[in-house]
Design a binder for this molecule. Structure first.
Ligand SMILES: *[C@@H]1O[C@H](CO)[C@@H](O)[C@H](O)[C@H]1NC(C)=O
Ligand SMILES: *[C@@H]1O[C@H](CO)[C@@H](O)[C@H](O)[C@H]1NC(C)=O
Length: 460
């Protein structure tokens, strides 16, 4: 085994997946009509809005953008209007030189193109968290660089939010700019609720540790008030593939299937033969009321599926490939390298790319470990990521502190990045123990500047 191979495998540590047809017929209550009320008063209609977010970029992360495009096609064929669907994706896949089918994206080996027609609302650098918040809040003037399309919803409307990407404890990645922090995200949802501009919201989060976004964030009473129901691909730690929802929505009569049925359907099919081994924890948060809704109110209704009684093969379990989501990018490069002609000059380039990526990872892991050691020395306390709070408690109490500590780290040690999200719990533990910035700065300084570790890595 060559040196790069050895490095590569030794580092592959397990990081571990409508316009709704609810238009009510015009109706009125004759007993309440005034004599002057000549014409029928239609009840307010309910529009379905959708926000679809692919949180990554790069060809190695192909799946996330393909998921989002696929979701878009399902909603469109369900009758949700394009003007009510807002898409966030980096949009670097279809035209990527590595794309074997230029100009298209597929989401299933036997599936067709899902890219055609997908609106480019927030692509490239505009696919960032500030735009996402403004889009959810319906604040068009607050967005920049994108289409300016926002969720301009009314009190009766329903909102469906789908997110596919990498996550870490308390955070989700975005293709551009900083992470999405659970504290900010939940505040935005609360604000949206206070604005009174939706009746119900359904959120599907497909990311590592996405359960940690809602764990302990919303109190029991508030849960009912907010009218938000969430399904995540993982509890606070493990991930499975809830994208199974798409296959399910595509092939069933959504006028009869409920949110609850889809939850169980997806949960069963992703449970690794019902063993619920690592990687098999579909979770739910928020109000359970929404679970009795038929899916058509969120995903639209495709007339083709009328009268269908469950066409999804419930026995076809979606198994974990055992491949870690966070390693997808490097694994992709590795496979490419292995397939290339040994004499091809490009092969060397790919190896350089792999080595750079691995060096970055090693640097982040080492820095965080070293900071932990210094802090142990300074405070006699262990902040290791293995210290996980009990179920029902949020990753951190002070989200402002978490952001600040990540900022301190990045100042001295370089960007944490998508890979570094896995260390978020260390910073959360630092905050939960009430450490001050000066102490953390000292540890970061000693780990990353004094020892010069990262300078050495990046000045090579
Ligand atoms: C919209 O966003 C802008 C920029 O962030 C902000 O100044 C403004 O107050 C926001 N408007 C509303 C209604 O929230
Ligand atoms: C569904 O059933 C109804 C009533 O039997 C029928 O009129 C309709 O054509 C059927 N739709 C489809 C798509 O099969």
């Amino acid at each position: 085994m060559g040196m790069p191979t050895a490095i590569f495998f030794s580092l592959l540590i397990c990081l571990t997946l409508i316009e709704t047809s609810a238009y009510h017929l015009p109706s009125f209550s004759s007993s309440l009509r005034l004599p002057s009320d000549r014409h029928r008063r239609p009840r307010p209609t309910s529009i379905t809005w959708a926000v679809l977010v692919a949180g990554s970029s790069g060809f190695g992360n192909y799946r996330h953008q393909a998921d989002v495009c696929h979701a878009y096609q399902i909603l469109r064929s369900g009758g949700v209007k394009e003007e009510n669907i807002i898409v966030f994706m980096y949009d670097d896949i279809a035209t990527n030189p590595l794309n074997p089918r230029p100009g298209t994206l597929i989401n299933h080996p036997d599936g067709g193109d899902v890219y055609a027609g997908v609106p480019k609302d927030y692509t490239g650098e505009s696919a960032n968290v500030w735009n996402l918040y403004n889009v959810l809040l319906g604040n068009a003037t607050g967005t920049s660089g994108g289409s300016g399309k926002v969720v301009d919803s009314k009190p009766n409307d329903r909102i469906f939010l789908f997110y596919s990407d990498h996550g870490g404890p308390g955070v989700l990645g975005m293709p551009a700019g900083p992470f999405l922090y659970a504290g900010d995200f939940v505040s935005v949802l609360r604000t949206k609720h206070q604005m009174g501009t939706y009746s119900e919201m359904l959120i599907y989060l497909e990311a590592c540790e996405s359960g940690s976004i809602f764990e302990g964030m919303i109190g029991k009473e508030e849960e009912e008030e907010l009218e938000i129901y969430v399904t995540t691909a993982s509890n606070a730690i493990y991930i499975v593939k809830i994208v199974a929802w798409m296959e399910d929505s595509e092939s069933n009569d959504l006028k009869s299937e409920t949110v609850r049925e889809q939850y169980h359907q997806v949960k069963d099919r992703t449970s690794n033969y019902n063993t619920f081994a690592v990687g098999s924890h579909v979770m739910q948060y928020g109000t359970r009321k929404i679970k009795s809704d038929t899916l058509s109110v969120f995903h639209g209704f495709n007339p083709r599926n009328a009268n269908v009684t469950s066409r999804t093969d419930r026995n076809r379990v979606i198994r974990d490939t055992g491949e870690n989501q966070r390693d997808a990018e490097v694994l992709f490069l590795w496979r490419r390298y292995e397939r290339m002609d040994e004499r091809s000059p490009e092969r060397e380039e790919v190896m350089r790319e792999i080595t750079d990526k691995m060096a970055e990872r090693v640097h982040v892991d080492r820095s965080v470990r070293s900071i932990g050691r210094f802090l142990l020395e300074l405070t006699n306390r262990d902040f290791n990521a293995e210290h996980i709070r009990p179920v029902g408690e949020a990753v951190v109490d002070d989200w402002g502190c978490l952001k600040k500590m990540v900022g301190v780290f990045e100042n001295y040690c370089g960007l944490l990045g998508q890979y570094g999200m896995r260390h978020m719990r260390v910073f959360a533990n630092i905050c939960n123990h009430g450490l001050n910035v000066a102490t953390v700065e000292e540890a970061c300084h000693r780990s990353c500047v004094h020892d010069g570790e990262w300078r050495r890595w990046f000045s090579l």
